[in-house]
Design a protein around this ligand. Structure first.
Ligand code: ZN
Length: 120
């Protein structure tokens, strides 16, 4: 019953590391390869690239660039939310975002049901 005044609802450090790593990837600063990188589970990002190579490549590349910029912005936002302690809460409905979803997309702002609403 001692010094736990500030219990973390989840291990945000894991997500922070993932966000910083992704940001580094997007910014192309390269060079720095955290030892952790090889230990992390596979993300789904490879799937998109694999599918893309079969399609209209120029179009896809443009699209990826836009996606990168969006992701970068989302990563910055997510890092700010980590600092403020509001990370992992859906921006639209205020419900906690499933941790599995955060592992897959650490920069996501909305929970899966709000995301599905957006897409439909
Ligand atoms: Zn939601």
């Amino acid at each position: 019953m001692a010094a736990q005044e500030c219990p973390a609802p989840m291990d945000v450090q894991t997500f922070k590391d993932a966000l910083l790593k992704k940001r580094t990837e997007i910014l192309g600063t390269g060079g720095i390869k955290p030892l952790q990188a090889s230990m992390e589970n596979n993300t789904r990002q490879g799937d998109m690239a694999d599918q893309a190579s079969g399609n209209n490549e120029v179009h896809i590349q443009l699209k990826l660039k836009q996606t990168d910029a969006k992701i970068l912005q989302a990563i910055e936002d997510a890092l700010q939310r980590i600092d403020k302690g509001s990370y992992g809460v859906c921006r639209d409905c205020g419900e906690p975002i499933a941790e599995a979803r955060l592992h897959a997309i650490p920069w996501t702002r909305v929970c899966i049901s709000c995301k599905e609403k957006q897409n439909s």
